[in-house]
Design a protein around this ligand. Structure first.
Ligand code: AMP
Length: 174
């Protein structure tokens, strides 16, 4: 199994969830334990020496990759969720969507000041969601190690919104 096999497994689904969007379907990776293992290994490798203390995974596919990476690194996992889903007191961050805005939340006591955190999601498009997760973690006093994703849609320039952060992607779509 190689990066090329992972890349081949990702399916482009045109016009989902709405016209003009090419949705990157990563479920074939999850379906194949060899591809899933290789993805997790490659996504984790750059951070092994970084003394990361927590993974912040973004709903929902960031939960899958983030939890597996947390197990791999032997550290905890914090879910960053869409508004109204978490049961206890939350901190929140607003961010811009193509039309309108959205909110993500994290439990207020999830991150302690000074903890080194890594933000994980499956895909960076505009970078708005990951940028909001950085904002949430920074407001909690976290030391941001960086952002790790599987796929980066470079043509949407997500790094412009993550300028202060180390960003690593397994697959870059130009
Ligand atoms: P953004 O905030 O624009 O970087 O969007 C990133 C979030 O939306 C991630 O949680 C992705 O899972 C999801 N997303 C955005 N665009 C796509 C796409 N073309 N295919 C799959 N997921 C996407």
């Amino acid at each position: 199994m190689s990066l090329h096999d992972i890349e081949k497994a990702i399916q482009d689904i045109p016009d989902f969830p709405k016209p003009g969007i090419i949705f990157k379907d990563i479920t074939p990776i999850l379906q194949d334990p060899r591809l899933l293992r290789e993805s997790i290994e490659l996504m984790t490798a750059p951070w092994r020496q970084e003394k990361v203390e927590l993974i912040l995974g973004i709903e929902s596919r960031g939960f899958i990759f983030g939890t597996a990476m947390a197990l791999e690194l032997g550290i905890g996992f914090i879910p960053v969720r869409k508004e109204g889903k978490l049961p206890r007191s939350c901190s929140r961050a607003d961010y811009e969507l193509e039309y309108g805005s959205a909110v993500i939340e994290m439990h207020s006591d999830a991150v302690k000041p000074g903890q080194k955190v890594l933000i994980v999601d499956d895909l960076l498009a505009t970078g708005g969601t990951a940028g909001a997760a950085v904002e949430l973690a920074s407001a909690a006093g976290a030391d941001i190690a960086g952002v790790q994703c599987l796929i980066e849609l470079a043509f949407l320039n997500p790094r412009a919104r993550l300028e202060q952060n180390k960003v690593i992607s397994l697959i870059t779509v130009e």
